[in-house]
Design a protein. Structure first.
Length: 292
């Protein structure tokens, strides 16, 4: 991500690239300080268009999980809550009204100009919002399609990715009772994927899942696998831009989003191609299922 000053320089650079056919140095010399001129001149090709930096808060907020918006709401005066909630879109309005125990039908209608003002204020309270750039400024990545997948499917992806860890562990389990517990805990489709993974060697070699205290409760196993799936996906995103990570994690709830950021590394690793292939395989399964 970047600073506010850097964002201004990027905006200027995109304006020049798209709308100024003449000499860049001459134009910059009339526009800004020598330090800023040098900073803009040293920029390479910038992804994205200048109009992409002109954010419409109402549209931008629609792609953000309501739990992040709840945190932003907490930074506003409480007397603004009803009017701010009334200004939001349908789904988020419903969820946030539940959080604050406010009946949607009891919200007063808010004039459009007031809605724009309140949503701009709310948008500016989002964590790191002054530093993040729109997605169009991020490069295209092998897993960029994660931003197009329904949020609920991403949660299912975590569950299925965690089956890799279970398969690695199961190869060394000799206790039949534990193995029976595992199969009894998995729904039919997940048993098939689990059996498929059992036949493959996991080249990622992540730390082993700990089942030593597991007593066979399906909900506990599902929770462990979900957490392991988050770890795998986070590790697959190593080296992705912080802007990409901001937008991706804001599609998740604050709990899962911050876990992803905790496991994420700014530097790419040798595991990234392996884990990327695993994620793409699961993405193919869940998208085909959702389309059928």
């Amino acid at each position: 991500m970047t600073t506010s000053t850097r964002k201004q320089q990027i905006f200027l650079k995109t304006l020049i690239d798209h709308y100024h056919p003449g000499d860049e140095q001459e134009f910059l010399g009339l526009w800004d300080s020598p330090e800023s001129v040098n900073a803009v001149s040293e920029m390479g090709t910038i992804h994205g268009k200048p109009q992409d930096l002109l954010i419409e808060p109402k549209i931008a907020l629609e792609s953000i999980h309501y739990s992040w918006i709840t945190e932003a709401m907490e930074r506003l005066p409480k007397h603004l809550y009803p009017a701010t909630l009334a200004s939001l879109g349908g789904a988020q309005k419903q969820m946030l009204c539940r959080v604050y125990d406010i009946e949607v039908d009891e919200l007063d209608r808010v004039p459009a100009i007031v809605q724009s003002f309140l949503l701009e204020k709310l948008y500016r309270q989002l964590e790191d919002i002054d530093e993040v750039l729109p997605l169009s400024f991020s490069p295209s990545y092998p897993l960029s399609k994660l931003l197009e997948i329904d949020k609920n499917l991403i949660l299912e992806m975590f569950d299925l990715l965690g089956l890799h860890d279970l398969a690695v562990k199961a190869r060394f389990i000799v206790d039949k009772t534990t193995l029976n517990y595992i199969y009894a805990s998995l729904p039919p489709i997940r048993k098939k994927i689990f059996d498929l993974f059992l036949q493959k060697v996991d080249k990622a070699q992540l730390p082993e899942i700990d089942l030593s205290n597991w007593t066979g409760e399906p909900k506990i196993l599902k929770k462990m696998l979900h957490r392991r799936g988050i770890l795998r996906l986070s590790s697959a995103l190593a080296g992705y831009s912080k802007d990409f990570m901001w937008h991706f994690t804001r599609r998740l709830d604050t709990g899962r989003g911050r876990i992803v950021l905790r496991y994420y590394s700014e530097e790419t690793t040798q595991l990234v191609p392996i884990l990327t292939e695993q994620v793409q395989f699961i993405m193919k399964i869940i998208t085909q299922k959702s389309e059928s």
